[in-house]
Design a protein around this ligand. Structure first.
Ligand code: B12
Ligand code: SF4
Ligand code: SF4
Length: 225
């Protein structure tokens, strides 16, 4: 019997995580292994909208002794791994090497498109969402997310997200990772380090889902490490 996606979603919601849609791998496609070790037939994406998982993560981190190297990854692997085991799936993480194409999967599952910042733009959550894992199945498990087909960046006049960065790190040429890092770690980098990326915060959409200040500082610290 195929697992009920409602039951998976309910299990994930305990941790503030959500099912973000899924897709069936094509017959010609090179799919990653499913739980049996043969190529997976389908994938369901797991992620967050806004800071919903943050309090759950903080509670878990407080219960761990000592410093963990990648605590958010460790927490997500633990939580999503347990859900995978319960529903006969194999869990994978956006941090697994070699990197799995999470953004391409998300575009496919949710019909999203990238913003000028590279982050996928969501019609409801704006730039304030992320992927924490995926469940790979040996069977064709399907979930249909709501899609409204609107790409807000197409309608956005003036593109305020491309203005505040002091080093113009985002441009049509892509993301100047090193320029960003040098600024964030330099003497003038405190506003980014403490309050999050100025460009990301300048987007007017999905502001109700904006990550909390401490979550933004946590992600920037991990980025600048
Ligand atoms: C390596 C990596 C980075 C690298 C390099 C990105 C690059 N130039 O490829 C660096 C360290 C620069 C980076 C930074 C950030 N990243 Co990053 N990153 C990744 C990671 C782990 C792998 C990317 C990859 O190579 N995938 C493999 C290829 C084959 O997959 P793909 O889907 O085809 O690849 C797409 C991306 O590479 C994308 N892309 C290309 N350039 C850039 C630049 C940026 C900034 C982003 C977001 C995407 C992006 O274009 C490809 C086609 O769509 C992914 C997770 C994942 N597994 O995909 C997260 C991921 C893309 N990152 C993400 C985010 C949010 C960021 C940050 C904005 C915030 C943060 N995490 O600190 C920062 C930017 C810093 C800032 N100024 O705030 C999110 C995006 C979520 C979303 N809503 O779309 C992801 C999906 C992780 C997640 N857990 O959700 N990242
Ligand atoms: S400011 Fe405009 S162009 Fe930039 S991410 Fe937001 S909607 Fe897209
Ligand atoms: S974190 Fe700061 S330096 Fe980096 S892209 Fe955002 S605004 Fe620019």
């Amino acid at each position: 019997m195929l697992p009920a996606t409602e039951a998976i979603a309910a299990e994930l919601s305990v941790y503030g995580l959500i099912l973000r849609g899924g897709f069936i791998f094509g017959a010609e496609e090179e799919a990653p292994p499913g739980p049996s070790g043969t190529p997976a037939k389908s994938a369901l994406l797991v992620g967050q909208a806004g800071s919903a998982p943050w309090p759950h993560f903080l509670k878990w981190r407080a219960s761990q002794g000592g410093e963990l190297k990648n605590p958010l990854d460790t927490w997500a692997r633990e939580v999503i791994g347990a859900v995978a085991e319960k529903f006969g799936a194999r869990a994978v993480s956006p941090s697994d090497r070699p990197y799995l194409p999470f953004q391409r999967w998300a575009m496919r599952a949710e019909g999203l498109r990238p913003s000028p910042l590279g982050i996928l733009m969501h019609p409801q959550y704006g730039l304030w969402h992320a992927y924490r894992g995926a469940l790979l199945f040996d069977a064709e498990v399907v979930v249909e997310p709501s899609r409204d087909g609107v790409h807000l960046c197409d309608l956005c006049e003036g593109k305020p997200c491309l203005k505040p960065c002091p080093v113009g790190a985002y441009s049509e040429a892509g993301f100047a990772h090193q320029d960003c890092l040098t600024h964030v770690c330099g003497v003038l980098g405190e506003p980014c380090l403490e309050g999050g990326c100025l460009d990301r915060n300048a987007c007017p959409y999905g502001s109700g889902y904006r990550y909390s200040a401490d979550e933004q500082a946590f992600h920037m610290a991990a980025f600048a490490r």
